[in-house]
Write a protein that binds this ligand. Structure first.
Ligand code: AMP
Length: 421
């Protein structure tokens, strides 16, 4: 199947050629024709499937076919609601790329940055608005954003939107939209709240499901290292001796954890930057730009901050902490191995995370191969270890001569003392 066969207009085909997209992805192939025909859509798809182009291309095509200025000024004809600032900016970048030969204007409305330029963009008039819910509500209430002319509404990453507590803001926004509209709804997972939202928002939708969460993991080379928490940083530094890890996205559980890892890496002369919710928008954009350009080798992120980061050709994902929600693991590793590339996902598992590992393996229906031969083996080998209290761990470690020895020796040589972790 080609993009030409999807009946896309020449300005879009030209833009796609410029992006070097040769073939539609499965979700694009299935979604574009019905969306062009005006149907509602429910897409069960996650980032990495090409879902953004699946909704943006038909939006560009449908809006380009109209004059679109009822009172001489552009009005918002499409609203794309998305949970995070990064994702909004990413969608906007994609829109500019795919719409570069179309005469459509867009704006991004997100929190954490000055409101003034956003007000001005709305006042000048735009065709497509890409927004996170909170700031959009503010601008609606202040009379800057008028959603009465919206024809196509996209709700992106709806499950994440609910996780982040945006349900009320989301409903407030939806209440401002015309009842007669086309709605495109995307969610990576299908919890019951999502099913009821789909039922209330969509009319006779086309349903498309691509790469269900458990199968994404199949094309990615995964390994797990059992390692005690105090040795994780030293193990990471040791692994990074491998120059084939040109760049990697590292996930930590907390913002403080991300900062700590970055400090440790920088001390070991490895370029790294953190990206999380405590950083200003500018700092996050700068960190992302440095990572994309190769100026920093490691980007250390929490799950929420990483959501929406779009990096082409990311080869390695490192789980410094395993997530307690198994689907999150699949989302994380799904950031590598995109667009047909094979990726590598390395996970560090400490005692307390062993139950998370078991849940993950249940979800992905495979055992993640364990790397036994590394310089920081767990003091109590994971296979025989039940989770133990820290004090008991010391005693058990003392009984296990070999593990203790290798661990201790490397701590002295490494840059961090276990108690400082
Ligand atoms: P998304 O799932 O929308 O976040 O897209 C994932 C990545 O795939 C992005 O980097 C897109 O630029 C890229 N992409 C989307 N569609 C195609 C395509 N048809 N061919 C090649 N790359 C694509």
């Amino acid at each position: 199947m080609t993009f030409e066969q999807l009946q896309l207009i020449p300005p879009i085909l030209k833009a796609l050629a410029k992006e070097n997209y040769t073939q539609p992805t499965p979700i694009q192939e299935q979604a574009i024709p019905p969306v062009l025909a005006g149907r509602d859509l429910f897409g069960c798809a996650q980032t990495g499937t090409g879902k953004t182009a699946a909704f943006l291309l038909p939006i560009i095509q449908r809006l380009s076919a109209q004059q679109g200025r009822p009172n001489g000024k552009r009005v918002i004809r499409s609203l794309i609601l998305t949970p995070t600032r990064e994702l909004a900016i990413q969608i906007s970048d994609n829109f500019k790329a795919y719409g570069s030969f179309s005469n459509l204007r867009s704006a991004v409305i997100v929190g954490g940055v000055s409101q003034k330029p956003q007000e001005e963009a709305l006042q000048r008039g735009i065709d497509v608005l890409i927004a996170t819910p909170g700031r959009l509500i503010d601008l609606i209430n202040q009379g800057f954003a008028d959603l009465r002319h919206v024809q196509i509404f996209v709700l992106d990453e709806a499950d994440r939107m609910l996780d982040m507590g945006f349900i009320h803001d989301m409903r407030r926004v939806i209440a401002k939209l015309p009842v007669k509209r086309q709605t495109l709804f995307f969610s990576a997972t299908m919890p019951p709240e999502i099913t009821s939202l789909v039922d209330s928002l969509l009319t006779n939708p086309i349903k498309i499901e691509v790469t269900p969460v458990s199968s994404t993991a199949e094309r990615i080379k995964q390994t797990v290292y059992f390692v005690d928490k105090p040795n994780k940083l030293a193990l990471l530094i040791d692994l990074l001796q491998d120059k084939s890890i040109v760049s990697a996205l590292v996930f930590t559980r907390t913002k403080h954890g991300a900062d700590r890892v970055v400090r440790g890496l920088v001390k070991a002369k490895i370029t790294a930057q953190a990206i999380h919710g405590d950083k200003s928008q500018n700092a996050r954009q700068a960190a992302l730009a440095n990572f994309k350009s190769g100026a920093t080798r490691l980007l250390v992120a929490t799950d929420i901050a990483a959501r929406g980061i779009d990096i082409d050709e990311l080869s390695h994902v490192i789980n410094y902490n395993l997530p307690n929600i198994s689907e999150t693991y699949v989302h994380r590793i799904g950031r590598t191995g995109r667009a047909g590339l094979s990726g590598v996902a390395i996970s560090f598992c400490e005692q307390e995370e062993i139950p998370y590992l078991k849940d993950i393996e249940k979800l992905i229906k495979q055992k993640i191969p364990v790397v036994q031969d590394h310089p920081y083996p767990m003091a109590v080998p994971a296979a025989v270890a039940a989770p133990v209290q820290p004090a008991a761990k010391e005693n058990s470690a003392a009984r296990d001569g070999s593990a203790k020895k290798s661990g201790r020796r490397r701590w002295r040589r490494g840059s961090s003392h276990p108690n400082k972790q």
